[in-house]
Ligand binder design. Structure first.
Ligand SMILES: [Zn+2]
Length: 409
């Protein structure tokens, strides 16, 4: 009996320890200070081991990642994925939101955070028709407006911005709701901002503020220094709409001093590129002077998907070509966003974490990158998502690096 068991364990049919072993890739895992060529093994949907060398015989499937970067699955904290059939409802269960799986894995993304497409009234539909059935992990900022991003008068209705009601609702969905969002408000009252922050306080969640479009603009300094709390997020960091929104960079290309003060007091900035919110005239001088958004995020929707934004890997490439190191770009797309949304189990490759992994090729050549005005920045490097793993399952494989050898035909 004992002999039979030993034979089974050591025979040619011996079960491998890991479902996947990724060999020879350059792992960048900012949380764990890993930055070098290492192997990574996955078992039961979780990260099982990160080590200098893991025997490939231990893997049912072996992926050769030499000359590629292996990173935690990318987290994009500003997207709109409440796609639906209500044609007059814009981003809220309407045609301007996109489906998550259509844009995530092909760019290395495993977690999308919807930025307020839904308020409390529409959230259960959002959960049922998108969050619960997507392969992509979908989390959400709940809009302070009960009706969500339906456009038009709905997002201007202060009566529908109820802090207590929004907070009570958000508390019922702690697995999905990671913050509260305000956007698109054009009045001059601070009430919408303050109600959003109040809902954030009641839930102990961060808020994300799209500072609307008040003409003349409200004071950005007042927002960042007086109304927001440390940990709250100002989105569209590199937007330039001088008539309706004060920009962080002044007319002479200088970052306003209070922006650095705000960062020091813990205010978070995310990119939120979108179809109208990313200008080279802002981003390049800002980054040169050290004002770098904490999170690289796309503001994905139908108005940005085919514009200068394109997808997360293209946006990350813009930051590489503006001079950030790849380590820094990965940090601002994985571990930083995980911390910002207080989901520190995500955005890292710690043993025991859900195995969300991206493998990137760094293409070298002549590339061009557009901002929202159509100005092109030339660049020499471009991140290409080769393979994406979500919860231990390969969900994207651009060139078949995990494929089996083709038979003779
Ligand atoms: Zn948005």
């Amino acid at each position: 009996m004992v002999i039979a068991v030993l034979l089974m364990l050591s025979g040619p049919g011996m079960a491998q320890t890991y479902s996947i072993v990724i060999k020879g890739g350059h792992i960048i895992d900012p949380k764990n200070n890993i930055d070098g060529v290492m192997d990574l093994a996955i078992k039961d949907g979780k990260i099982a081991l990160v080590a200098k060398s893991i025997d490939e015989k231990e893997g049912k499937q072996v992926i050769d990642a030499r000359n590629m970067y292996v990173t935690p699955g990318i987290i994009d904290i500003h997207v709109h994925v409440f796609n639906g059939t209500k044609y007059e409802q814009a981003l809220m269960n309407g045609p301007n939101s996109v489906g998550p799986d259509e844009f995530s894995f092909r760019a290395g993304v495993t977690t999308f955070v919807d930025a307020g497409s839904s308020g409390w009234r529409g959230f259960q539909d959002f959960k049922k028709q998108t969050i619960d059935i997507s392969q992509t992990r979908v989390l959400a900022f709940l809009n302070i407006v009960g009706e969500g991003m339906r456009g038009g008068p709905f997002e201007q209705n202060i009566k529908d911005m109820e802090a207590r009601k929004t907070a009570e609702f958000a508390k019922k969905f702690p697995a999905e709701i990671v913050g509260i969002k305000l956007a698109h408000y054009v009045g001059h009252e601070w009430a919408p901002t303050d109600s959003t922050v109040e809902a954030g306080r009641l839930t102990d969640l961060p808020v994300m503020i799209d500072f609307g479009g008040s003409e003349p603009p409200l004071s950005l300094e007042e927002l960042l220094m007086k109304h927001l709390r440390p940990g709250d997020i100002f989105t569209h960091a590199y937007a330039y709409w001088p008539k309706t929104r004060e920009a962080p960079v002044d007319e002479n290309g200088k970052v306003k001093p209070y922006i650095f003060e705000a960062q020091k007091r813990g205010i978070i900035f995310d990119v939120g590129h979108g179809g109208g919110s990313f200008f080279w005239s802002q981003a390049i001088p800002a980054i040169r002077q050290g004002f770098i958004a904490d999170a690289i995020s796309t503001d994905l929707h139908t108005g940005s998907m085919n514009s200068g934004m394109k997808d997360m890997s293209n946006l990350m490439s813009k930051f590489l070509n503006m001079g950030l190191s790849i380590q820094d770009v990965i940090m601002r797309s994985t571990w930083n966003p995980a911390k910002i949304i207080k989901r520190t189990e995500l955005g890292n490759l710690s043993v025991g974490s859900e195995a969300d992994v991206a493998i990137f090729n760094l293409g070298k050549g002549d590339f061009g990158f557009l901002d929202i005005t159509g100005e092109k920045m030339e660049g020499t490097q471009k991140l290409i998502a080769e393979l994406t793993i979500r919860a231990g399952k390969i969900v994207w494989d651009l060139n078949g690096i995990a494929g089996s050898e083709m038979k003779k035909y």
